[in-house]
Design a protein around this ligand. Sequence first.
Ligand code: SAM
Length: 223
Amino acid sequence: MLYIVSTPIGNLKDITYRAVEILKEVNLIAAEDTRHTRVLTEHYGITTPLTSYFEYNQFKKSDELLKKLKAGFDIALVTDAGTPGISDPGFHLIRLAQSQGIPVCVVPGPCALIAGLSLSGLPSHEFIFAGFLPVKSSARRKKLAAYQNEERTTIFYESPHRLLKTLQDISEVLADPDLVIARELTKKFEEVKKAKASEWIVHYSQTKPKGEFVLLLNLKDRV
Ligand code: SAM
C-alpha cells in the first residue's frame, strides 16, 4: 500500500492520529526533505526509516519505490508541509502506482490553500487553485490576464522573495483588486487581512516580506 499522508503546515500538532499511526506502521517514509521530516518523526516518536523523494529525483526514485511496493512494502509519502501533490511532488508516483495496480490510499490533513480559503472570508463554495504563478513577469502577467473575468475565488501560492513583483503584476493586470493575504498559517505570527493590491505594495515595500503566503482574490465579491 502507498499512503499519501498530509503533515502540518506550521503547527506540529496539526497531524491526525491516523497519520501518526500510519507513519509508525509503514516500512518506509518517502519524504521531500528527510531532515525536515525528521523533526516531525522525532517529535512523535516515529522510528520508521526515511528516504528522499523530491522534485529532481522523482522519476528515478518512483521506479525504485515502485519495486519496493511490488515486493510488499508499505510506503508513506510525505512532503515538507501539507498535502503531497499539491504544489509539491507526489503526482508522478501516485499515478505510476495506480497504473501498476498498487493500492493507494489517502490520509488527509492540512493544506495551506484550504486553510487560507476557509480563513479568508471570501466566497468558498467554488474556487480555483492556481498554484505558483510563473517566475517571469511576462508569463505571470499573461496568466493573470486569463483570470480577469473569473468569478470564483482564485488562490495563489507565493514565495516571500517574489511577493512584491507578483503584487505589482496583480495590481496592474487585474485593476488593483482587493486581495487577501493569509500569512504564516497555524504559526505564531499567523495573519489574514484584506487590502487593495496597491496597499499591499506600499506595505511590503516598507516591510520585508517574511514567512509563507497564500494570496486570495475574488474579483466579483462586493461586501
Ligand atoms: N503541499 C503544500 C500544501 O498542501 O499546502 C504546499 C507546498 S508549496 C511548495 C509551499 C507553499 O504553500 C508556500 O510557498 C506558501 O505559498 C504555501 N504555504 C505552506 N505553508 C503555509 C503556511 N503555513 N502559511 C501560508 N502559506 C503556506
